[in-house]
Design a protein around this ligand. Sequence first.
Ligand code: HEM
Length: 145
Amino acid sequence: MEQLKNACLDIWAAGSDTTTNTITWTVLYVLHHPEVAIKMYEELDANIGGGRLITLNDKHKLSYISAVINETQRLANIVVNPFIHTTTTDVVFIPFGTGKRSCIGEGLAKTELFLFIANIYNQFEEYLQYRTVNFGCGAVRYEIS
Ligand code: HEM
């Protein structure tokens, strides 16, 4: 019984902060990159529309949003140096670890990240005001005003 309790605690602890922190980082990065938000909204408008919930069946239509999630996981590596093991060669993108002790929640986490992020952006619009800084020659930068 004690072992079952501890296994449940492990899964709960490993599975809650990791996913919510990744969602928080995604919102933060997108807030700082309005050009990315615009592309996310365009993809959502073209493929879904705001009137319904997004399901996993929509994943193949939302490749830009999936790429935004991947990029967030690459930038905000929330499980740094996965505990006591290391890799023998340079690796670029292993947010869920690798090998025997890699994350058992990877499938669930990817599902949660996609459903939460796609639905949040499908239901809510960006709420910060941006200032457009025009450099001429077509170069434009957005800044939070
Ligand atoms: C964005 C979300 C998540 C990230 C970035 C993440 C990352 C990781 C990483 C890097 C490891 C490997 C640690 C190591 O090498 O020793 C790991 C292990 C683990 N993760 Fe996740 N995880 C996430 C979500 C979840 C979820 C949703 C669950 C469960 C529902 C979960 C359960 C676990 C467990 C139990 C282990 C230990 C596996 C073992 O030692 O055999 N994780 N996670």
